[in-house]
Design a protein around this ligand. Structure first.
Ligand SMILES: [Fe+2]
Ligand SMILES: [Fe+2]
Length: 183
C-alpha cells in the first residue's frame, strides 16, 4: 500500500482514473476547506482590535476572507454535486468499455469553463486578502492569536494554489480528453 496516498506526486499520474483523482482532490483539498473555513471565520470573529492593530487590518481581513469563503462554498458544492459525478460517470464508462454516458449538459466543457471562471474570481478575492494582510505578515506587537490566524490564512492561500493547479492543469484536461475519446 502507498505510504502516502495523498502525497504531492500522487495526483500527477496521467493513467490515474478520473474518479480516483476526484476522490483525492476531495479528500485532500475539499475536506481541508470544509474544516478550515469555519475555524478561520471563528478565529477572526474572536480577535479584538488591539490584538491585530491597526483596526483597519482586522475589518479588511474579515471582509476579504468572507468573500473568499462565500465563493469557495458555492464552488465546492458545484464540483462535488455536478462536475465530479459527471467525471465519475465518464471514468466508469471508460472502465466498462461503454459509450459516453448521458450527462446533464452536452459536454463537460460547459461546467469546466464555469469552474475555471470561478477559479479566477476566487483567486482575485484571495489576492485582495493577500494585499490587506500584507502577504499574511503579522504587524509588530500582534498577539499570538493574530499571528496564528494569519498563518492559517497563509496556509489557505498555499492550499488553494495547489488545489486549483491540480484541477486546471491535471483533472480538467484529462476529463476533456476522455470525453473526446469515448465513443
Ligand atoms: Fe475543487
Ligand atoms: Fe475548483
Amino acid at each position: 500500500m502507498d505510504q502516502n496516498p495523498l502525497g504531492d506526486d500522487f495526483s500527477e499520474d496521467p493513467k490515474r482514473p478520473l474518479d480516483e483523482l476526484c476522490d483525492i482532490i476531495v479528500a485532500r483539498h475539499h475536506a481541508y476547506l470544509h474544516r478550515a473555513l469555519p475555524l478561520i471565520r471563528a478565529e477572526l470573529a474572536r480577535l479584538t482590535e488591539p490584538e491585530c492593530a491597526p483596526a483597519r487590518l482586522l475589518t479588511d481581513t474579515r471582509e476579504a476572507f468572507a468573500d473568499v469563503a462565500h465563493q469557495l462554498q458555492g464552488h465546492l458544492a458545484k464540483e462535488e454535486h455536478v462536475l465530479f459525478p459527471a467525471l465519475e460517470a465518464l471514468a466508469k464508462a471508460d472502465r466498462e468499455g461503454g459509450s459516453r454516458p448521458a450527462l446533464p449538459f452536452p459536454t463537460v466543457l460547459y461546467p469546466i469553463r464555469l469552474m475555471e471562471s470561478e477559479h479566477a474570481r476566487i483567486e482575485a478575492a484571495m489576492e485582495r486578502l493577500r494585499q490587506v494582510t500584507h502577504a499574511f505578515v503579522a504587524p509588530e506587537g500582534a498577539s499570538e492569536s493574530c499571528r496564528h490566524c494569519l498563518s492559517e490564512l497563509s496556509r489557505l492561500d498555499a492550499d488553494l494554489r495547489e488545489h486549483h493547479r491540480v484541477e486546471s492543469e491535471v483533472l480538467f484536461p484529462l476529463a476533456l480528453e476522455l470525453e473526446r475519446r469515448l465513443p
